[in-house]
Design a protein around this ligand. Sequence first.
Ligand code: C2E
Ligand code: MG
Ligand code: MG
Length: 615
Amino acid sequence: MHPSLEKIISQHGELLDCNRPGVSALVTALDAACYELEFTSGGANGESEGIASLLLERVPAIIYAAEFGPVSKCFYASPQIRDILGFEPTDWTNDPGFWFDHVHPEDRDRAIDADEHTKNTGDPLRVEYRMIARDGRVVWIRDEGVVVRDSVGRAVMIHGLMYDITEQKQAKERLLHDATHDALTGLPNRVLLNDRIEQGIARARRETEHRFAVFCVGIDRFKVINESIGPSGGDQLLSEVATRLRQSVRPADSVARIGGDEFALVAEGVSSKDEADIIAGRVHAALARPFCLNETEIFITASIGIAISTGGDDSREALLRNADIALHHAKRAGKARHEIFDAVMHTAVVKQMQIETDLRRAIERDEFEVHYQPIVSLHTGSIDSVEALVRWRHPDRGLVPPMDFIPVAEETGLIAPIERIVMAKSCRQLAEWNALYGQQSPISLSVNLSARRFVQGDLVKELINIILPSGLSPELIKLEITETVIMNDPDVAVQMLNELKALKLRISLDDFGTGYSSLSYLHKFPIDVVKIDRSFVKMIDTPGQGDEIVRTVVHLAHNLQMNVVAEGIETEAQLERLRELGCEFGQGYYFAKPLDTAAMVQMLSHRVGHKRLAA
Ligand code: C2E
Ligand code: MG
Ligand code: MG
C-alpha cells in the first residue's frame, strides 16, 4: 500500500475497516490513485499524501460506503458530513435508518427508486435529492455511486460521493424563475402561462370531464393613465393590479402577465359561461376599488376576453388566440366588460381572415379605386375641394364600401399600402384636374389618414415620396385625422402634426364631436379645418335638438382661426341654417354623393357644387 494512504488510514482507523470487502475495494482504488498521481506528477510522498488526504477529507463531498441489504447499512462516512449536513460520521454508521430519515419526504420515493435500481442492475447511481441537515436546513445532494460485486458478481456494496449542490440548484432555480416570471410583478410570464395551459389540456385528456378557462385581462386606456401618473406610478399600479388579480382567483388558478397592460388567468374547473361570468365579475370588482398611488386615488377598468376549454383536443395557441379575440370584442364593445369567445366570434374571425386574404390580393391586383365627394363653399356654391374616398372593386362582390374593409385593413396593417394607393391616385388626379379646372382658384384634396398610419415612423418620408412626383402642391392637401388619433397619444400627435405642417400640408379634424368631444384641447394642435360630424348637422332640423353644438363649435373654431366644414348636409334647411351659423364649407348628399372620376369631371366642369346654388 502507498505510504501516504497507509498514514491516512491509520488516522481514520476507527472508521475505515480495511478488511471488509467494500472498504478494501475503496482502499485499493485510492491506493492506485496515489501511485498514479505520484507517477504522473513525479512528486514525492508528501505530495501524494496530500492528494490522498484530499481525496478522503477535502473533497467537497461525503464519501460513503454501504452494504446492500434489506436495509442498506453504511459502514463508512467521511468527515465532510459535518460540514455538509452537520452530523457526525457515526450518526450515520451507527443508525441503519439514518439516510432514509434524513432524505426530504418529497424526494424519498425517487431516491429509494434510484438506489434500488442500482442494487438490482449494478448500474452506477446518480440521483439528486434533498436532505434535511441537523439544523433543519434543506440541502440539495447529488449522490453518485458505483457498486462493488462479490465473487459471483452480485452487487453487494456501494461506494459513493454525496455532493452538496444547494448553491447550484438555487442559482438554477433563480435563473429558471427569472426566465419564467415577470420582473415587475413577480407573476409568471407567457412562458409559464403556456406551460399551465398545456397542463390543463393534458389533464382534460386524462380526466375527460375536466375543463378550465383562459382569461385575457387588458387594462383600459393604460397608456393614458400611465402618462398621467408617470412611469413609476404606472409600475406601482401594475404591481397592485397583479396582487388584486391573484386575490380574485383560487390558489390553484394561475395569474400571469403577458404584456405591458395585459394579464392572463387560467381558472381550473370552469366549464360554463355562468362560472366564467362569476370570475370575470370578481375581477371587475377587484379592479373597481380605487388604487391609491402617491396619495392620489386612481380608478381603472379592465376589458376581459374568455375562452373556455372544450377538452383534451384543445390547442394552447387556439385557447389563447380565442381569449384574445374575445378581449378585442370586449374593448370594441365599449371596454369595462367581458366577452366569452363563441361561435359567432369564430365566424367573424373566419370572415375577417377571408377579407384579409382578399385584401392582400386586391392590393396586388390594384382593385382599389378612388371616388370623390365635393366640399362646397356655402357662400359661393363653388367646389372648394374634394374628399378622396376609397372603394374596392371586388371581382365577385362588386363595389365594396370602406366600412366593410377599412376596419380589417387597420387591424392587419394593410391600411398602409391601401392608403398609399389612395394618396398616389388622388394626388395625380387632382394635379390633372387643377390643370384643367383650377386656373382661377385651385381645388384642394382631402385624404383620410388612419390612426395606425399616423404613428408609423416613416409617414413623413412616405408622403414626400408620393406627393412630390404627383406635381400637386402640398398646400392643397388636407390630411383628415380623427380625434382618437390625437388623443391616443397627444404628445406624439403634436410632434407629428408639426412635422406634417412643416411640409406645408394642412390638417383636418374629421368627424368632430364623435370622439372625445372636447373643445378644450383644440387649441393645442395645429389644426386648419374642423369637420363637424353629420350627427350634429342632423340635429339642426330635428325638432327639439337645436343647433347649440354646431354654433359653439363654429364659434370656437373661428376664434382659433380654423375653418369649419359641416358633414352630411342632406337638406336645404340644414344648408340654410349652417350658412346662418357662419359655417363656411359643407359636404353631403345635398350637393353630391361620392362620385367616380367621370361623374366628378362632369361636376368640376361647372365648378359648382349644386345646381340650386349655381342658379
Ligand atoms: P368620412 O371620412 O367621414 O367620410 C365621409 C363619409 O360620409 C363618406 O362615406 C360619405 O359617403 C359619407 N357621406 C357624405 N355625405 C353624406 C350624407 O349626406 N349623408 C350620409 N348618410 N353620408 C354621407 P364613405 O365613403 O362610405 O366613407 C366612410 C368612411 O370610410 C369615411 O368617413 C372614412 O372614415 C373612411 N374612409 C374612406 N376612405 C378612406 C381612406 O382612404 N382611408 C381611411 N383611413 N379611411 C377612409
Ligand atoms: Mg373623412
Ligand atoms: Mg367625416
